[in-house]
Design a protein around this ligand. Structure first.
Ligand code: SF4
Length: 452
């Protein structure tokens, strides 16, 4: 490793740089940016070169946010296009190895931060680029030549952003015709275990990785060049439930790779055993019990969901590698899958998403339900959401009627209700039992006023 003014190593991977200690933000919510790795011809790569287009770190104003484009071009006789997304995802690890630099997320939602100490030590983008060159070459001997270009200029980054988005679309589109039942092998990824120790991603044709960066084809290419790496092949095994997306091979792999913490996974449901969520998912799918529907919120949305909380709060509650029933971190591309929460009703049960997200995937939403899905413009809370769905006669409205209809033998069917457990102290959160799809029988119902 070339000499840098700060240390570089895996021990810095979990380093968090808080706002008070921030020198500058690169990309992130207050600016724009993207990362793109391309496999190109050897003649187009000047091996080891690092170029900065725009201000370098020392010329930035402390406390400000700047655009940040990371373009890495590699060449090598054994390289193929399907490896681009896999290598690109490693930018996240490698930038986090740099002391005083933090990298979050992927693709065009990256967010990097430089600490005050790193700036004081003299860290520049040329050093960051040099670290990328050294780390990529050390990790992948199939990379013969590599060059790095950073864009921090507010105008010059725009063409790069356009090219990066076109490249992501090309990668995602390649897998769209394929379904889970068309293949025998899925892929697993452990890259996020440094942040979320129980998290294991299962990458299938119908469910791309939660970060949106690694498709099934890219998982397959990764295993070919790095068979002992963090991405590995998994035999599907027996199909336990096709609609929910439960497979014996995935369950066995998840038990083993999560150290026994997660025993079952439904790839295409929010309920019972949803896929675990790490922290770099592009969006969150969430169940809204009050309307018995599904909402989706993406990372770029700055407003609040009908629950009254923004993406960041929800992400903090569901991330970390846990299985949170009713919530799932996911890629935006998953909404284009024919198996998008298929076991729960998919689009026929989807009731809310931010307008920007709806505009982005608009043509992939089935026409019969497209205008019945609310955005923040129609519904800002649960009451306005309910009124909108009723007015539009969204398919979930029929479920409400079924849910309250007394059953023929006198029971009341409810989709969900919650009951606090008596005697469990509330300090520390207490305990609540949630009943789903329950039928209630009672000789007598007593409703008591709570005067407190
Ligand atoms: S979100 Fe999943 S696929 Fe993406 S890097 Fe993390 S573990 Fe791997």
């Amino acid at each position: 490793m070339s000499k840098l003014p700060v240390d570089v190593g895996i021990i810095y991977e979990g380093e968090r740089i808080r706002k008070a200690n921030m020198y500058a933000d690169l990309a992130g919510p207050k600016s724009k940016g993207a990362e793109l790795l391309k496999v190109v011809a050897a003649s187009k790569v000047k091996d080891g070169s690092v170029t900065v287009i725009g201000p370098d770190l020392k010329d930035m104003k402390e406390g400000s946010a700047y655009p940040f484009g990371v373009s890495i071009e590699v060449s090598g006789k054994k390289l193929e296009e399907d490896l681009e997304g896999v290598f690109e995802r490693r930018i996240h690890d490698f930038m986090n190895y740099i002391q005083g630099m933090m990298h979050l997320n992927s693709r065009d939602i990256i967010w990097c931060r430089i600490s005050k100490e790193a700036n004081k030590a003299g860290l520049g983008l040329n050093h960051v680029g040099q670290a990328m060159v050294d780390l990529f070459k050390a990790e992948f001997d199939v990379i013969e030549k590599i060059q790095v270009t950073f864009y921090t200029d507010d105008k010059k980054i725009d063409k790069f952003l356009k090219d990066a988005r076109a490249a992501y679309e090309k990668r995602d589109a390649k897998v769209r015709g394929l379904k889970d039942e068309d293949v025998d092998t899925f892929y697993g990824c452990l890259l996020c275990q440094s942040f979320a120790p129980k998290h294991v991603c299962t990458i299938t044709p119908s469910r791309t990785s939660s970060c949106g960066s690694i498709t099934w084809f890219e998982g397959r290419a990764a295993v070919k060049v790095d068979p002992k790496g963090p991405i590995f092949a998994v035999e599907k095994g027996e199909v336990i439930d096709l609609e929910k997306g439960e497979y014996s091979g995935i369950n066995e792999m998840t038990v083993e790779r999560s150290n026994g913490e997660v025993e079952r996974v439904y790839l295409h449901s929010l309920f019972d055993y949803p896929h675990t969520s790490c922290g770099c998912f592009e969006a969150i799918g969430f169940y809204i019990p009050e309307v018995d529907g599904i909402g989706v919120v993406h990372r770029d949305f700055r407003g609040v969901t009908p629950f009254g909380i923004p993406f960041s709060t929800m992400a903090g509650q569901v991330g970390g590698g846990v299985q949170s029933e009713g919530f799932q971190g996911m890629a935006i591309e998953y909404m284009r899958s024919s198996k998008f929460f298929a076991a729960d009703g998919g689009w026929q049960r989807t009731v809310w998403m931010p307008k920007a997200l709806k505009d982005r995937i608009g043509n992939d939403i089935p026409e019969d339900v497209r205008d019945k899905i609310a955005t923040e413009e129609e519904a800002t809370d649960l009451d306005s959401l309910k009124a909108f769905l009723k007015e539009k006669n969204h398919p979930v409205v029929a479920r409400w009627k079924e849910a309250v209809q007394a059953s023929a033998d006198g029971g009341i069917a409810v989709s969900q209700f919650e009951m606090p457990v008596a005697g469990v102290p509330m300090a520390g959160g207490g305990m609540t039992i949630i009943f789903k799809n329950a039928k209630i029988y009672a000789e007598k119902v007593i409703i008591k006023r709570n005067d407190k």
